[in-house]
Design a binder for this molecule. Structure first.
Ligand code: ZN
Length: 470
């Protein structure tokens, strides 16, 4: 089975962003006749579970978990002012939309800024330095705004409201993400650097995380990354379910036709409406990603415009479309036709069916990074990194990966179904398979363990059945 790295890059275009002269954002009463203003009602649909971490200290339990310094317990993001309902903040939505918008429109890399970890990948050498007043603004900076060295804040032309979630869409549990640690570009240099060797050669492109199989993500009780073994983990206690819907609003003012067209394309991406038994449903081919846990498949969402108004110039009382009317859909579709289309790479990175081509997981430390000669091996063009592997080596890889995982103190009740010199696999009553390092087993002398013994164990490395049975 082909192995696919969880992230890959959309290569940068050869040419610099097409910049336009910076202009003050026009006030509403004197909007140029050839610009568009209004608002859009947006409906978000979660394709896999979503987790946006709370940043309030009262929501972050800083007590050490099982004596692991730096491991935090996190809950979902909330605001006091919306009645403590779980919320996806508008700033997160803006960031998510912007990253795709930048790639689609060959804009500067404002979100990227040339740094991964503590290393600078020389984005500036690729004409992707951030825009400023003198140089002019790329399409993304014009639409979303930009900040120049904390001195100058160029306001964007759009604003997203928060998306407030109905509590029924929240599920509670315990999931562990090895997610807070910074990316390790030193180790991944051949993956990140344009020439595969030197930071100074520039970045390989814009980084995106592939979408995972929604069913596998939804049914997996815990997620643990297969990379890194430091202690900076986060334990999450709640997340938005797959299949949740949330509403948000986007206000915009003074957008050019080109800007609005690209924006409308990026927000909705590509989908079609299918009608089955008189019921309409949306079939998506591309999706967005938001929040924490992207390498593990969390955060896949789709957006649909369900209403709003689009006005031309300052005719503020004469909208193109009354709220929710079918005219609006026709107008949006007309704009979308004018938008650039994603490159094959961007399409691949946003594809909701990428997982059908292989197993999406990080290269394993022992079987990849510690193998002599691998330090210069590059990521394949489509994110593949090892080519074909037979099943036994895949299993070895899984086992050596788990040997680095830690015991988080969750009690398991189950039956031992497989033993190896260093590991055991336990099947719990719900049919899930849990693989444990033998040294993590407490209170039991592991050399005496035999098959079919009923056991109570401590540990937490839980894998979906499909990964172990391969
Ligand atoms: Zn820019």
């Amino acid at each position: 089975m082909l192995k696919i790295n969880p992230y890959n890059f959309d290569p940068l275009a050869d040419k610099a962003p097409n910049r336009t002269k910076w202009q003050e954002i026009p006030k509403h009463h004197r909007l140029p006749a050839n610009t568009y203003s209004g608002h859009l009602d947006l409906r978000f649909h979660t394709i896999t579970p979503v987790f946006i971490p709370s940043t309030r200290t009262s929501d972050v339990d800083k007590k050490e978990v099982q004596g692991r310094p730096g491991q935090y317990i996190r809950t979902f993001f909330r605001f006091h002012h919306n009645g403590e309902k779980p919320t996806i903040p508008g700033t997160s939505i803006k960031g998510m939309v912007r990253s795709v918008f930048e790639a689609l429109t060959n804009s500067c890399m404002a979100l990227y800024a040339g740094n991964y970890g503590h290393k600078n990948y020389g984005a500036a050498t690729y004409n992707r330095e951030k825009c400023n007043k003198e140089q002019g603004l790329c399409l993304a900076c014009s639409v979303f705004g930009t900040t120049v060295e904390d001195k100058l804040h160029l306001q964007g032309k759009i604003m997203f409201s928060d998306a407030v979630c109905e509590p029924r869409f929240l599920e509670t549990g315990e999931w562990i993400l090895k997610e807070l640690s910074a990316p390790k570009p030193e180790r991944h240099l051949p993956f990140y650097a344009l020439d595969g060797f030197a930071l100074s050669s520039g970045p390989r492109g814009r980084k995106f995380y592939y979408h995972h199989n929604p069913e596998e993500v939804s049914s997996t009780p815990e997620h643990i990354t297969k990379e890194g073994h430091n202690h900076r983990n986060v334990k999450i206690l709640e997340r938005l379910k797959a299949g949740a819907t949330l509403a948000a609003k986007m206000n915009f003012q003074g957008l050019t036709k080109e800007e609005l067209a690209a924006l409308l394309y990026v927000i909705e991406l590509e989908y079609r409406i299918e009608e089955v038994d008189n019921k309409k449903r949306i079939v998506r081919t591309l999706g967005h990603k938001i929040g924490m846990g992207k390498p593990l498949g969390l955060g896949s969402v789709g957006i649909l415009v369900t209403g709003g108004t689009i006005q031309k110039g300052n005719e503020r009382y004469r909208s193109f479309a009354p709220q929710g009317s079918t005219d609006l859909r026709a107008i949006i579709n007309e704009f979308r036709k004018e938008a650039p289309r994603p490159s094959d790479h961007l399409r691949d990175l946003l594809s909701l069916t990428k997982y059908k081509h292989g197993v999406i997981e990080y290269p394993n430390k022992q079987r990849w990074f510690d193998v002599p000669g691998n330090e210069t091996k590059r990521l394949g063009e489509w994110g593949e990194y090892e080519g074909k592997q037979d099943e036994s080596s895949q299993k070895d890889s899984l086992e050596s990966t788990i040997s680095h995982h830690l015991d988080y103190g969750i009690i398991l009740h189950g039956r031992i179904v497989e033993l190896s010199p260093n590991f055991l696999i336990i099947e719990t009553k719900d049919g899930a398979l849990h693989q444990r390092k033998r040294v993590a087993v407490q209170g039991i002398k592991t050399k005496k363990i035999v098959k079919d013994l009923e056991v109570t164990l401590k540990g937490s490395a839980v894998y979906p059945r499909s990964m172990i049975k391969k």
